[in-house]
Design a binder for this molecule. Structure first.
Ligand SMILES: *[C@@H]1O[C@H](CO)[C@@H](O)[C@H](O)[C@H]1NC(C)=O
Ligand SMILES: *[C@@H]1O[C@H](CO)[C@@H](O)[C@H](O)[C@H]1NC(C)=O
Ligand SMILES: *[C@@H]1O[C@H](CO)[C@@H](O)[C@H](O)[C@H]1NC(C)=O
Length: 345
């Protein structure tokens, strides 16, 4: 009959096993949650982002020397619907390119009935265009596509591209918008382009007045600026793996919600995009392009990002140009309230 081992031999051994087991479990859980990614980050001062000779090739591209075989982003998704731009008034104009999900019918209608209508302000023609993809997330076809076509027949302000309209495909929208603004059919290029989400309220008057104080031939990349680190924790909407983005910080960037670009910057981005690797968040990607082109991300608190109450006085004085957080109902209500008080919108 085997002799029972004394407790003081077995117990410490089991304890150690138990401890090791606990440690392994904790590390696994922490790494599944994304905590351990923080340890693997590369310091931001070593930032490099894959491109193919982007600075030189962008210059070449301006001189019509395209390095087609070296392109990383052909930026050539098929245009399914294109807006009718034809300038009625003049060659001085601004594009407002509104990023909208294909299914946001009600929101687009609210935008059209408020700040998203075509008009002339101080001699500047303001041209709103909605940019969207084709399919709702995860679907192979879009049952509502015929409604989008009807919407286009009525309004002729939709620029739709052949890709899935998902949050992480927003960079494709951004790249397409830059291409559209630069190649703008049958017209010279717009002096300024505002890229804006469909859940903003915008004072077109304040926008035009502000933009016209600037020189469209100089670089301008402006809005609510951020200087942040990637989110590593799993299940976060903006979660990022070390593989996709290894650095401890992002380059300074402007929130994609509202970005004011000059003609010069649209042109710079246009020529650079084909040679700079895509990144799935459009605002970070624009930040990467700006960094490579030595363009400053200019913070302007008049493009409010954090949803908050705004005051009539702020709109009147021009301290506000755009503000975030307006669903269709709130947008119509607020806009009409402002108009009723004679606030410049
Ligand atoms: C876009 O360009 C790529 C590379 O040049 C090509 O393979 C692809 O077929 C093009 N797609 C469209 C829709 O034109
Ligand atoms: C982006 O769109 C393409 C083309 O429709 C699709 O294949 C891909 O799955 C989409 N990507 C994401 C991250 O949704
Ligand atoms: C705008 O900037 C360009 C390029 O620097 C310059 O040539 C032009 O004179 C400027 N225009 C005005 C009105 O300042």
């Amino acid at each position: 009959m085997p002799r029972r081992q004394p407790w003081f031999i077995i117990r410490p051994c089991r304890r150690r096993l138990c401890l090791a087991f606990l440690v392994i479990i904790s590390i696994t859980i922490l790494s599944m949650l994304g905590f351990t990614s923080y340890l693997m980050e590369i310091p931001y001062n070593q930032f490099v982002w894959p491109d193919i000779n982007a600075k030189q090739y962008a210059i070449d591209s301006r001189n019509d020397n395209h390095h087609n075989s070296r392109v990383l982003n052909p930026n050539n998704y098929t245009w399914l619907l294109a807006p009718e731009i034809r300038m009625a008034h003049s060659t001085t104009f601004i594009y407002i390119i509104i990023k909208s999900f294909v299914g946001n019918f009600e929101q687009r209608e609210a935008v059209r009935n408020t700040w998203g209508s075509r008009r002339v302000v101080n001699g500047v023609e303001v041209v709103p265009v909605f940019v969207m993809g084709r399919y709702e997330a995860g679907l192979e076809h879009n049952e509502n596509w015929n409604l989008v076509e009807l919407e286009q027949e009525r309004n002729k302000d939709i620029f739709a591209l052949d890709f899935s309209d998902t949050y992480r495909n927003n960079t494709k929208k951004f790249m397409a918008a830059i291409r559209f603004a630069h190649e703008s059919p049958d017209t010279p290029a717009p002096l300024f382009t505002l890229l804006i989400d469909d859940d903003y309220i915008l004072s077109v008057k304040n926008l035009v007045e502000y933009a016209m104080t600037k020189n469209s031939s100089l670089e301008n990349y402006e809005g609510w600026a951020f200087d942040t680190s990637p989110f590593r924790l799993a299940f976060h909407k903006h979660w990022v793996s070390i593989n996709d983005y290894p650095f401890s910080r992002y380059p300074p960037y402007i929130s994609a919600g509202a970005v004011l670009l000059s003609q010069a910057t649209v042109e710079t981005f246009y020529h650079m995009i084909p040679y700079v690797k895509e990144y799935s968040f459009d605002d970070i990607y624009a930040g990467i392009l700006a960094k490579k082109a030595d363009i400053l991300a200019t913070h302007n608190p008049a493009f409010v990002f954090w949803t908050r109450e705004t005051t009539i006085q702020e709109w009147r004085s021009g301290d506000l140009i755009a503000a975030h957080g307006y669903d269709a109902k709130k947008l119509i209500k607020t806009y009409n309230y402002h108009r009723g008080l004679g606030v410049p919108m």
